[in-house]
Structure formats: structure tokens, C-alpha cells
Design a protein around this ligand. Structure first.
Ligand SMILES: NC(=O)c1ccc[n+]([C@@H]2O[C@H](COP(=O)([O-])OP(=O)(O)OC[C@H]3O[C@@H](n4cnc5c(N)ncnc54)[C@H](OP(=O)(O)O)[C@@H]3O)[C@@H](O)[C@H]2O)c1
Length: 278
């Protein structure tokens, strides 16, 4: 069984990796809280002591608003930390699989699903830091796999951390009689996190490079929200907004490596089936 050092085991994705992949991977969670304070030598020591076949790096500062207001903290968490891991992995001969984000595409003016080779200048700090991370990690460790994840979701499960996500926001708005704004000019994929976690198994076998990682979506966010409402059988007021954005990804490269996702509208149906709600 592959020995995998996991960072961010207390986070949204990491906690689900622990719950879902235990038994299929020998998971070694990095001590909780360490990633927020570790130095480069702490990271080197951790990797040397655990001698993993692979490192699965989910720790990050992933709130775009927080990163915008705390650039230095974001730079340490989202660029330096993964780079330290890449250097330590190179020294130890370990594979590194780390999360990037669809926010690297923020500011793109093209329409349609976006591919990995597109030249990018992300419109926010978080996206810029994730893009710099991808490039510097690959320079240090060409065999590293960088996964550009979409917005992820899950329904609440006992003992697992949850964060604001599309179905929860819709359920909350319906329950409290609130309205939500979604724009017909806003395009992005939205992915069921448990399918993303399942896909980390084939992702560990990918050759080095950057991969779009998540559900494709050719629907705009207003239509996507309607589809989720229909699946969830709720009807909050949805107000059309005027945001124009395209983060929608073409996932053909990952698919060739066996990493296959439902499209966004099918993903919510899978999620509801998993929870016995369909
Ligand atoms: N959630 C999404 O919708 C989404 C979408 C696109 C991309 N991503 C990316 O996917 C990965 C996992 O996201 P997530 O939602 O699971 O993240 P998360 O829950 O916000 O945080 C994951 C972990 O990051 C560690 N952490 C906290 N503060 C930190 C700091 N200052 N410096 C370094 N590490 C810190 C903690 O690890 P410990 O538990 O070990 O203390 C935390 O549990 C991230 O790289 C994120 O950028 C997420």
C-alpha cells in the first residue's frame, strides 16, 4: 500500500481524504496546525522522518477574500509552503500531489472551457499565488502533480468540517426566506468533493504537470443554481446578477490519465444518491 503524507487533514478536503481513503492508502496525517507555523526545516524534517512514497498537499489559505487582505500570509501558505514540500519531496524521492485552484483563470476573457496551457495573469491574489506555486513547484520537482480544483461542495456529515458551498447556500436561503444572486454571465464548474477525493487515487499516478481537476460545466451559474435547486427540491429566490467571469475548465488532460468527473449537473445527483436522498 502506498505510504502518503497528508497535509491539511483537519480541513474540508483533508478530513474527507482521511475518512474515505484510509485502507486504500497508508495515510500519515501531518500534525494538525503544523502547516500554519512550520519553517522550511520543519517541513524537511517531517518528510525525512515519514519517508512517504507520496505527499498529498491539501493545506492552504483558501479564502480568496482573506488572501486579498493578507498577502504575506497567503504567499507563505500558498507559494512557500508547497515549494518547501516540493524541495523535501525531491530530496526524498517522493511524489507530490498538491491542490491549485480554478481561480488561476480569474480575469480570462475567453469563452468556453479553458485548458491548462492558456497563458494567465490571475485577477486576484489567491489565483496569482496558486499560479506562481504551480510554476515554482514544477521547477523544483518536474514530477509534481498540480490539481486546479473547482469550487467544491458536500452536505454536512457528522464529525467532518464543512464550509460555505453551493447546495448549502441554496438550502440556507430556502430555509430562511433569503434571496441569492447568480449571474448568467458567470461560468465555473462546481464539484462534489467526495468524487474529487476518490479521484486522488488516479491523480497519484499522473505524470508531472498541471491538471484541471473537477466537474466541467457548460451552464452559467444562474442556470446551475436552478438545476441544484431542482435536485434539492427547494425554491429560494434567485436574482440574476451582472457578474461576467469564466473559470470553466476543460478536463480532457486529466481524463486521459483516468481522472474522470461527472459534469456539474450530474454531480449533485450523485451527492444526493450517496446521502440516500434520491
Ligand atoms: N474548498 C474548495 O472549494 C476549494 C476550491 C478550489 C481549490 N481548493 C484548494 O484545495 C485545497 C484544500 O482546500 P480546503 O477547502 O480543504 O482547505 P481548508 O479547509 O480551508 O484548509 C485546509 C487546511 O489548511 C491548513 N491551514 C490552515 N491555516 C493555514 C495556514 N495559515 N498556512 C498553511 N496551512 C494552513 C489546515 O491544516 P491542518 O488541519 O493540518 O491544521 C487546514 O485544515 C487547498 O489548496 C485549496 O486552495 C479548495
Amino acid at each position: 500500500m502506498k505510504r502518503v503524507l497528508l497535509t491539511g487533514s483537519g480541513g474540508f478536503v483533508g478530513a474527507r481524504v482521511m475518512a474515505q481513503l484510509a485502507g486504500r492508502l497508508e495515510l500519515i496525517p501531518a500534525p494538525r496546525g503544523l502547516m500554519a507555523r512550520a519553517t522550511e526545516s520543519d517541513i524537511a524534517r517531517l518528510v525525512a522522518e515519514t519517508r512517504p512514497d507520496a505527499i498529498l498537499h491539501t493545506a492552504a489559505l483558501s479564502d480568496t477574500g482573506y488572501c486579498e487582505a493578507h498577502k504575506e500570509e497567503s504567499y507563505r501558505a500558498n507559494v512557500q509552503l508547497p515549494l518547501w514540500l516540493a524541495k523535501a519531496a525531491a530530496g526524498q524521492g517522493s511524489k507530490l500531489v498538491a491542490f491549485s485552484s480554478d481561480q488561476v483563470y480569474a480575469g480570462v476573457e475567453l469563452h468556453g472551457p479553458l485548458s491548462e496551457e492558456l497563458p494567465l495573469t490571475p485577477a486576484n491574489v489567491y489565483g496569482r499565488h496558486k499560479l506562481e506555486m504551480e510554476q515554482r513547484v514544477l521547477d523544483a520537482l518536474p514530477d509534481a502533480v498540480l490539481l486546479r480544483a473547482t469550487w467544491l461542495y458536500d452536505l454536512p456529515g457528522y464529525g467532518l468540517p464543512i464550509r460555505g458551498n453551493l447546495p448549502l447556500n441554496l438550502l440556507h436561503a430556502a430555509l430562511h426566506g433569503q434571496s441569492l444572486t447568480f449571474s448568467p454571465g458567470d461560468y465555473r464548474g462546481v464539484t462534489y468533493v467526495r468524487q474529487a477525493v476518490e479521484n486522488l487515487l488516479p491523480a497519484l499516478e499522473l505524470s508531472g504537470g498541471v491538471y484541471n481537476f473537477g466537474s466541467e460545466n457548460d451552464l452559467d451559474m444562474l442556470e446551475t443554481a436552478w438545476r441544484f435547486c431542482a435536485a434539492l427540491q427547494v425554491a429560494p429566490e434567485l436574482v440574476p446578477g451582472d457578474r461576467t467571469r469564466n473559470l470553466s475548465m476543460n478536463t480532457a488532460r486529466a481524463r486521459k490519465g483516468g481522472v474522470v468527473f461527472d459534469d456539474t449537473a450530474d454531480g449533485i445527483r450523485r451527492c444526493l444518491r450517496d446521502y440516500g436522498l434520491r
